[in-house]
Design a binder for this molecule. Structure first.
Ligand code: SF4
Length: 499
């Protein structure tokens, strides 16, 4: 069948069989099927025509577990090529730079045998093309970044949404098949860019509809409306009361911890009661949940404790003259200890600002000390339950079952992957544990991510693996262009996890 190429890259249309244009070669590593001229790269920059040979531009990444004389992991500076004692170093063939096979019924690019003590092992290695994948972003902050379900945009395109807030962190769900394929071509492209950059630990600028402007980057503090967040709160207002009540006793008569979710009032709270504290008589606004715990004292915002208030007295509803007394010492503080104010009640039972006593300030500082550094955490969530499995075995359900039976260890660039229970092979990985620049893309659009399946060779044969394509590790090292990086010491060695 002949092919007419209206596409400038000579990509085949639906139902067409790709044949190279004169002087070009066809890349068959993904459905785009680029025609690539000599010395040029295809649309994704991952494959090039070098001397008429289709070549994966980036070398295959091997990770070496080499210990120095103190027993510490050797890391290779700047991940430069390294030709050290490969014969002695346990090496793991990651899928970074491995390439893809398309269509998937072809065996994966590398199926590598190795030894674990006397046990024959195998690792199936491929750069998967993930149409179904997303990134879950945890942003350590109390500040209101936007309402739940609010759209998150990049360059004006919707690329995800704000999802359920967790303890001390705002959460985003970004990318996913609906944004990649269900909107305009531009939405798909921008979404793909955002996902690849997040995975590769680049900063990504986002706008939350009706909320904040964000810059998120894996492993770095979030930047919210231009301000880098420093502290992750110690807990909600009630938890803060519970943690520090004993330390306040005797130094202050009432403490109100301002929090968007649960504002705590010490003497009314169970912690104050257990310590026999005299009721302070200060009532706060909002909805009382249980004694000393109040919801909705203000609106969400960037003020104290994730509320919109900058003047804490705004949440004081009344002062009960039957309980409060002149000279009563009152601390108001946020859940990170960044905001605080000290007051003493005067003869009229008015809250009058006063200098904070040293012992009270010490506890405020301790709140700050107990806050962890605010970070962005980025998890890749990808569905490998589809055709990718055919590159591993001719009977894909056997792979799914073997993973669920824990016979197969799934990693992404050597990083451990959590496999979700239930159907399919849905893996979730912390991108900071993966090698640099692990993620790529193809213009279908979809994300390219490394994935490896490690198991005993006997189990591989039993699940219908492509045994005729198994190659020894030494053969891969000798024959393939590669670079060696140090093994990430935080990651378990993949073969060691297999029973
Ligand atoms: S987009 Fe990349 S992988 Fe796909 S055909 Fe083109 S060069 Fe090959």
């Amino acid at each position: 069948m002949s092919t007419t190429h209206a596409d400038p890259l000579g990509r085949a249309g639906e139902g067409e069989v790709a044949k190279p244009l004169p002087g070009k070669i066809v890349c068959n590593a993904c459905p785009v099927l680029c025609n690539i001229s000599e010395g040029r790269a295809g649309a994704c920059d991952r494959y090039a025509n070098l001397g008429g040979v289709l070549t994966r531009v980036d070398p295959l990444v091997l990770a070496a577990r080499v210990l120095d004389e103190r027993g510490e992991m050797v890391m290779f500076a700047d991940q430069e090529p390294w030709d050290g004692v490969l014969a002695d170093a346990p090496l793991f063939v990651t899928a970074v730079g491995a390439g893809t096979t398309y269509p998937d019924y072809k065996p994966a690019p590398f199926i590598v045998s190795s030894k674990r003590d006397d046990v024959d092992m195998v690792t199936v290695v491929t750069e998967g093309i993930f149409s179904y994948c997303s990134f879950k972003v945890k942003i350590d902050t109390d500040r209101h970044i936007g309402s739940e379900c609010a759209a998150v945009r990049c360059e004006g395109e919707v690329v995800g949404h704000v999802t359920t807030m967790e303890y001390g962190s705002q959460m985003l769900s970004l990318g996913g098949v609906r944004h990649l394929t269900g909107g305009s071509k531009r939405e798909g492209r921008v979404t793909c860019d955002v996902m690849m950059n997040l995975g590769n630990r680049e900063p990504v600028a986002l706008d939350v509809e009706g909320g904040a402007k964000l810059v998120v980057q894996a492993g770095e503090p979030p930047v919210i409306d231009g301000v880098a967040e420093k502290r992750m709160r110690v807990g909600c207002g009630s938890a803060t009361i519970g943690i520090f009540a004993q330390q306040w006793l005797g130094h202050v008569d009432e403490v109100i911890v301002v929090d968007d979710h649960i504002t705590g009032v010490l003497t009314e709270h169970q912690a104050g009661r257990c310590l026999d504290m005299r009721p302070g008589g200060i009532r706060v606004v909002g909805r009382k949940s249980t004694p000393g715990r109040y919801f909705q004292v203000a609106n969400p915002g960037s003020g104290w404790g994730g509320t919109d208030i900058t003047d804490p007295l705004k949440i004081v509803k009344s002062i009960d003259p039957k309980e409060a007394w002149p000279g009563e010492r009152v601390l108001m503080v946020s859940t990170t200890g960044e905001d605080y104010a000290f007051f003493v009640l005067d003869e009229n039972l008015e809250l009058v600002p006063a200098a904070i006593p040293g012992e009270v300030k010490k506890v405020v500082d301790r709140i700050g000390e107990n806050c962890e550094a605010a970070l962005c955490t980025v998890l890749f969530l990808g569905g490998a339950g589809g055709s990718l499995r055919a590159g591993v075995t001719e009977n894909p359900i056997a792979l799914t079952r073997s993973i669920k039976d824990l016979l197969v260890n799934v990693t992404c660039g050597g990083a451990p992957a959590y496999v979700w229970p239930g159907g399919g092979i849905m893996v979730m990985t912390d991108v900071t544990r993966m090698p640099d620049r692990s993620f790529g893309w193809v213009p279908t659009p979809a994300i390219v991510a490394p994935i490896e399946f490690t198991m005993r060779l006997a189990d591989y044969a039993a699940l219908g693996g492509h045994m005729h394509r198994v190659r020894p590790l030494a053969d891969v090292i000798a024959a393939e262009r590669h670079r060696v990086i140090g093994w990430n010491a935080d990651n378990p060695w993949p073969a060691s996890v297999v029973p």
